[in-house]
Design a protein around this ligand. Structure first.
Ligand code: ATP
Ligand code: MG
Length: 241
């Protein structure tokens, strides 16, 4: 569902991605770890067409991300959901309206149809009783779950998560991770950047350690955690656990 070959991306003279190759199969959970500034978020943003690529071949859900046309980008964003650390809910809209907005505008659904879907995705994240609440009335964990629900409502083929729990305290982190675990078990294809090592170790099919804009090590999480091949990963693992 994702094929990246020799991806390069610079910001000015700063080479942020330096020849990244990575494949993601349908139904897989791929977790990306690495130091701050190693290029994790940039890689994720490239997958969604949010960042222009300098060189390399990058295919996502059948779209050529390096040479996209406008129509492709629009289609791509329907198929690929992304959730960030800050959840960016519309503060003046209820939870339900936050979710139905894109359905009625982008997907041209009727209000009734959209509400049915909103109800379904809110159930998935355990918040069906919050549909009439406004974002400011939610805890951080609840708001993040609404953001995830809003993405899911678009029925994406691929979900991208960029440190969605880093701003949350442990209890709220756990409830958001639970939602992501359910999604993974339900067969959703997902790529996530995370600091939650235990979660990545338990659930990821593939673990990617990024270093200096490259895929430094990649493989089954258990193997990478227990037998890091490089000094860089060794150092990262021992400092993080
Ligand atoms: P973190 O763990 O802190 O989130 P990261 O691995 O996600 O780090 P990126 O956000 O991908 O790292 O950033 C990699 C490098 O690219 C950094 O040096 C950053 O300063 C630079 N960078 C990222 N976005 C931009 C931008 N829009 N313009 C200029 N430089 C950028
Ligand atoms: Mg980042």
């Amino acid at each position: 569902i994702v094929k990246i070959k020799d991806l390069h991306k610079s910001f000015g003279s700063n080479k942020v991605l330096n020849g990244v190759s990575l494949d993601v199969q349908k139904g897989q959970m791929v977790a990306i770890i690495g130091k701050s500034g190693s290029g994790k978020s940039t890689l994720l943003r490239c997958l969604n067409g949010l960042e222009k690529v300098d060189a390399g071949d990058i295919q996502v859900c059948g779209h050529d991300i390096h040479h996209p046309d406008k129509l492709n980008l629009r289609e791509l964003r329907k198929q690929v959901g992304i959730v960030f650390q800050s959840y960016n809910l519309f503060p003046h809209l209820t939870v339900e309206r936050n979710i139905t907005l894109a359905l009625t505008t982008i997907k041209k659904m009727s209000t009734e149809q959209a509400k049915t879907i909103a109800h379904k995705v809110l159930q998935l994240v355990g918040l069906e009783n919050k549909k009439d609440a406004y974002p400011e009335q939610l805890s951080g964990g609840q708001a993040q779950r609404v953001a995830i629900a809003r993405s899911l409502a678009m029925a994406p083929e691929l979900m991208l998560f960029d440190e969605v729990t880093s701003a949350l305290d442990p209890e709220l982190t756990a409830e958001v991770l639970k939602v992501m675990e359910d999604l993974a078990r339900g067969g959703m294809t997902m790529v996530l950047v995370t600091h939650e090592m235990a979660f990545a170790r338990k659930l990821a099919d593939v673990l990617v350690f990024m270093h200096q804009g490259q895929v430094w090590e990649i493989g089954p999480p258990d193997e990478l955690f227990s037998h890091p091949k490089t000094a860089e990963l060794q150092k990262f693992v021992s400092s993080d656990l």
